[in-house]
Design a protein around this ligand. Structure first.
Ligand code: COS
Length: 382
């Protein structure tokens, strides 16, 4: 379907599509098998200026909106969710600086992110703080001109690969969510180290590690925004980032449909290609309808977020939950259409199905998204 993209948006799609077809798709199986971080591909994305898409122009980027990043991530998701996740999590890491950082902080970090010189990551989750984001235990205490951080973050995407980490820590436990603050911790800061690299069901090209803070000392000016505003900035960050996860879902679903249709056209059983059987046609039709409706919702939500940055929450949660549920269903059905071949590692759909599962879990489970939508509806109707 034609979404009447602008010339600039079409250009972004074309560049991301080229990198996906020429660089990501040919190497995705090997990256997955070796659990290898796609450093070289990310460098090429940087050379193509794609790291500058959502960075404001005054800090070296293009000043693109939510739809621009969504279009990029849709393409990368079509190629490999591991690579797409690494790219998306970089922005999750720097959105807090864009949303709440001072001008000096933006000057210090954003141009390097836009050029791909430095890479970001986001540290919220802990062993006992997943869906309950305000339940974090990591602390930050001001000691003279330095903050001292103690605690452990878990399952952090881009851990060990990023240079800039946005970390949420408690600065006043008595104030609940109002007692959390956000900090920039840099790779190499004293007292900051990485735990083991996790082994995962899917998205194996992305790195997932613990971040360990043991009397980690950082300068006072690494506080992002004001003390006590960390939780609200985290919520805004997730509102801004979730459409990108939805776009990864649209992308992987499209990739799976492409494989399933091609296969159904050339696989002969009972004397004809299996696409001639209505049972298969109906499955492919449902997959195509799911993808197109998810794409329409994600693009509309992204445009809404660009125009109404103070009213992001419901649109963001809706597109994240819907598109990633579609991704799980479509990738599973692609395996079904391809039967035994679909289950084998030599075809890409088994990886797509393994990869898609995380989309329903990370950046807030789809159950949490439904809670958020319900709460927003409750506020809207008097
Ligand atoms: N934008 C701005 N402010 C928001 C907000 C949003 N989207 N969502 C909540 N807030 C504000 C609330 O208005 C409230 O402010 P006041 O104290 O002024 O009333 C404050 O934040 C606390 O909100 P709430 O009481 O709703 O917080 P909860 O602890 O109940 O948590 C959920 C709310 C469940 C939505 C939150 O914890 C969440 O998003 N969890 C999922 C976390 C997640 O995505 N984890 C994945 C890891 S990151 S990759």
């Amino acid at each position: 379907m034609d979404y009447f993209l602008s010339e600039e948006q079409q250009m972004i799609v074309d560049i991301a599509k080229q990198i996906t077809d020429e660089r990501i798709i040919p190497s995705r199986a090997e990256l997955d098998e070796k659990n290898e971080f796609p450093r070289q591909i990310l460098n090429e994305m940087a050379q193509a200026d794609l790291f500058g898409v959502p960075i404001p122009e005054e800090y070296g980027g293009f000043g693109g909106g939510c739809l621009d990043i969504v279009l990029t991530l849709e393409q990368f998701g079509r190629g490999c969710l591991g690579v797409g996740t690494a790219f998306a999590a970089n922005f999750l890491g720097v959105y807090p600086i864009i949303i709440a950082g001072s001008d000096e902080m933006k000057q210090k970090y954003l141009p390097d992110v836009a050029s791909g010189k430095r890479f970001g990551a986001f540290g919220l989750t802990e062993a006992n703080a997943g869906s309950d984001a305000s339940g974090i235990q990591t602390t930050a205490v001001l000691d003279g001109d330095e903050w001292v951080l103690n605690g452990t973050k878990q399952w952090i995407t881009n851990g060990g690969e990023a240079q800039i980490y946005s970390i949420v820590a408690i600065t006043d436990r008595s104030r609940g969510p109002r007692g959390a603050s956000l900090f920039v911790v840099e790779d190499g800061d004293p007292g900051f180290s990485y735990g083991v690299k996790e082994k995962k069901m899917g998205i194996r090209a992305s790195s997932t590690t613990e971040l360990i803070f043991k009397d980690c000392r950082i300068p006072k000016d690494r506080l992002i925004g004001r003390k006590g505003t960390g939780f609200i900035t985290v919520m805004k960050t997730l509102d801004l980032s979730r459409p990108g996860i939805a776009a990864l879902g649209v992308g992987v679903a499209q990739g799976a449909l492409d494989e399933a249709v091609r296969y159904a056209k050339q696989r002969n059983q009972f004397g004809k290609p299996i696409i001639a059987f209505q049972a298969v046609q109906h499955m492919l039709a449902d997959m195509a309808m799911g993808i197109e409706s998810a794409r329409a919702l994600v693009y509309s939500a992204a445009k809404h977020i660009q125009e109404h940055p103070k009213k992001m929450t419901k649109a963001s949660a809706m597109c994240k939950a819907y598109a990633t549920d579609v991704a799980m269903k479509v990738t599973t059905d692609a395996v079904q259409v391809m039967g035994g071949y679909g289950y084998m590692c030599e075809y890409p759909v088994e990886k797509m199905m393994r990869d898609a599962k995380i989309l329903q879990i990370y950046e807030g489970t789809n159950q949490i998204q439904r809670n958020v939508i319900g709460q927003e509806l409750n506020k809207e109707y008097l």
